[in-house]
Design a protein around this ligand. Sequence first.
Ligand code: ADP
Ligand code: MG
Length: 259
Amino acid sequence: MSRSALDNKIATMIVDQSDLSLELGSGDEGTVYNYRNQYAFKRFKLFRDMEYYYRARLELKFKKIEELSKLTDEQMVFPLGIFGYSESDMEGYYMRIVASNDDFFSLYNMPLDKQIEMLIKGDEVIHRAHDMGLVIGDIKENNIMIEDGKPILIDLDNAAYGDYQYDLLPERSFCYYYVHGKEGPIRDNDIMLYTLMCLKMIFKDREFDYRQCREILWDLVDHLPVSNEIKDDIWVLLSDSLNKPYVSPVLAKIRKYIL
Ligand SMILES: Nc1ncnc2c1ncn2[C@@H]1O[C@H](COP(=O)(O)OP(=O)(O)O)[C@@H](O)[C@H]1O
Ligand SMILES: [Mg+2]
């Protein structure tokens, strides 16, 4: 393992590469493995493949992981420790395994009341994450799993936390910029992202995209089958206003209006 990984004060496991063969999933950045049904191991494949380019980032990432490992919340998966292979450089971190195959994509097949109930719960967890100082950035269906009927935030090593910035600048962290053509607070960006994800799901309209421009979004909102009051509320969430409220109250109003 490299010096910076060894400088970390959190628990470290050294494993054989052969222990990591059962995949739980993978994304842009890495692959997550089931380690002996005990832990989920996330291996930073991208960093490893482009080591020369990402070396400095990788060191910062491990410092962030150490900070994140101090946090706990039953609906957020934080690192428990780091792991490396005996024969090579640092590789990744481990966390608890989420016992589920479902994520927010499975909500697309649910009845509206169940869908909105879960979206409200998701909003509450995002609110709590913000209160803990995390800004998620990459809010999307497969970064929110569902376990025992509860939303669980995963992929938090990519979130911005304290002085630590996002990793690999998730494209979604530019949502505010795409919509309004100017920089906005990253917390408000999260709220816009979640609002758009909810609208896309509830109204089955893929045009509610995080790269959409303001004019088209306004037109889309204007044509939604909801009251003017709800449209105004949605627009506040998507507008360039700062310190936006959270999404739950609008979700509750939509449910009441439609059902
Ligand atoms: N703790 C976990 N328990 C079970 N499955 C997980 C866990 N963490 C991640 N996964 C699965 O692995 C996939 C990729 O993990 P993620 O952390 O989102 O990586 P990336 O940064 O590459 O998107 C997830 O979409 C999910 O299916
Ligand atoms: Mg992910």
